[in-house]
Design a protein around this ligand. Structure first.
Ligand code: FAD
Ligand code: MLT
Ligand code: ZN
Length: 471
């Protein structure tokens, strides 16, 4: 069937408001947040229910037309962008955005895939709970996208990744059939764990339409501190000091280099450094507990004092209010946006064992400087779980296109060091369209072959998000 005939059938199924075909309407769905890829969707389907989505996928399968699932379109690896030849249909989950239920005793929340992560957090908070998943894109990223990428973010150090929070899923399969696995059981050993297969599959195995996620009790004490630290090694020692004292209270431990902080202060309106002077390195600490009277503030101050005496920090500020906590977090959360405003960047979302983070930062900085004089390393990220965004900003006097043309060379140089440190080339952003070329080197042999067989079993015609993840 021609794509045009399929579009007519989709319009009949979804109605006028359920299908976008005008170039101006589909353009935002055809490019990515970083502006690395410009695709062209044949149409954008906007189903409002699981039944409509299933019928959409069934019609596409019948016509042999590929489908690209899209959530908030905040992928850092071009994962939700359609091909450039108008041969693919984008399916956005945006209209499937209902919170179906919350149970504060089971500590679970049932959500449709198009609920934004922020809306899900707010719903949990209203019920006196915490959805312990936090990323800078949470206002836009959706539950389906967050699960499809197995997002990590700021709270992985304490609660794990998105994968660790999933109790149940509802998924539309490649032929349009629906798997309803919306169970909220803490124990369920009944064959292969299908839900974990779909988590992190980046839209290549099925389309997530709803999920049951774990919640935790909402913290009653939260403390946030921004510390100036003399080196990545000192930041790691500060983390170890806090984590050993009480691992259950370390909600986040983020590292930032002075370069990235400089970009935030320069480009983000209202960003102010609450310390006496800029530092070459910073650590952001968040401690939290649901235990009333736990004395977190005193514990944090004692730890910071000891760190100051040991020369592991040179200055620190502890937030005195919710507004100050938010202002400190803003300095961290705006890193990606500030980097974008500064110019072109090459991102390495890598992970290494936590103990090796300082080695990674030093060795990768030296390697990149040797490859390209004037390149500006912007390492920052989730030090407490070993995930550093070893991002690189273009030299000030270089053309953005010339810089980006060398992305593989630079990513591979960083990758070589990451391999040597027993790390991964994608910690939390996934593989998407940007990195499938790395898969044979990093996951080749039996592992990649097993992934190919899984893909073939669940999507034999290769219609779900082609060109992503697998080379
Ligand atoms: P999209 O970008 O729309 O899609 C991502 C992938 O999932 C694509 O392959 C898409 O096809 C697939 N997909 C989307 N919805 C579905 C569905 N319902 N079913 C099946 N497949 C689907 N990521 C982190 O992990 N940690 C961070 O700290 C973090 N910080 C970020 C900060 C900024 C400023 C930005 C722009 C991005 C950040 N990201 C981070 C990356 C991004 O936000 C995450 O990957 C997020 O999980 C993507 O969600 P989304 O809804 O935008 O998905
Ligand atoms: C973040 O943690 O802010 C993002 O994952 C960052 C990025 O790679 O730019
Ligand atoms: Zn991140």
């Amino acid at each position: 069937m021609m794509v045009a005939a399929l579009v007519a059938r989709l319009r009949a199924t979804l109605g006028e408001s359920g299908l976008l075909t005008e170039p101006g309407d589909i353009a935002p769905f055809s490019t990515d947040w970083r502006g690395l890829y410009r695709g062209r969707a044949a149409a954008v389907a906007r189903p409002a229910s699981t039944a409509e989505l299933a019928e959409t996928v069934r019609l596409c399968a019948e016509a042999g037309v590929p489908v690209v699932p899209q959530g908030g379109n905040t992928s850092m690896v071009g994962g939700a962008v359609p091909a450039g030849d108008g041969s693919e249909i984008v399916v956005t989950l945006a209209r499937m955005n209902r919170v179906r239920g919350i149970d504060a005793i089971d500590l679970s929340i049932t959500l449709e895939a198009g609920v934004t992560l922020k809306a899900a957090q707010d719903a949990a908070a209203e019920a006196g709970c915490l959805l312990p998943l936090s990323i800078a894109a949470e206002g836009t990223a959706q539950i389906g996208g967050v699960l499809a990428t197995n997002a990590g973010g700021n709270n992985t150090v304490r609660y794990g990744n998105a994968r660790d929070l999933v109790l149940g899923l509802e998924v539309v399969l490649a032929d349009g059939s629906v798997w309803n696995g919306l169970r909220r059981l803490r124990k369920d050993n009944t064959g292969y764990c299908l839900r974990q297969l779909f988590v992190g599959s980046e839209g290549t195995l099925g389309i997530i339409t709803a999920a049951v996620l774990k919640l935790v009790p909402r913290p009653v004490e939260t403390e946030v501190a921004l510390c100036a630290v003399p080196s990545p090694e000192a930041a790691l020692r500060l983390f170890t000091r806090l984590h050993r004292a009480d691992p259950a209270s370390v909600q986040a431990f983020e590292y930032m280099a002075g370069t990235g902080m400089g970009f935030v202060l320069r480009h983000i309106p209202g960003a102010v450094l609450p310390l006496a002077a800029p530092s070459p390195h910073y650590a952001l600490v968040e401690l939290a507990t649901p235990r009333a009277g736990a004395g977190l503030r005193a514990a944090l101050e004692a730890a910071l004092e000891a760190a100051l005496e040991a020369d592991d920090i040179t200055d620190a500020v502890v937030a005195e209010s919710g507004a100050q906590r938010a202002a400190i977090w803003k300095l961290r959360e705006e890193h990606a946006e500030a980097q974008k405003r500064e110019g072109a960047s090459i991102k390495n979302d890598v992970s290494v064992p936590v103990s090796r983070v300082p080695d990674l930062i030093r060795r990768a900085s030296a390697a990149c400087a040797a490859l390209m004089p004037g390149i500006r390393p912007v390492p920052f990220g989730h030090m407490g779980d070993g995930n550093i965004h070893f991002n690189l900003e273009q030299p000030v006097d270089m053309h953005a296109a010339d810089f980006l043309a060398r992305d593989h060379e630079i990513m591979d140089a960083v990758g070589e060091i990451v391999r040597d440190l027993d790390g991964s080339f994608s910690a939390e952003h996934g593989v998407g369209k940007l990195k499938p070329y790395m898969m044979p080197l990093w996951r080749g042999g039996a592992e990649l072959e097993a992934m190919r067989r899984i893909k073939l079993a669940l999507d034999p015609s290769g219609l779900l998000n082609p060109g992503k993840v697998l080379p």
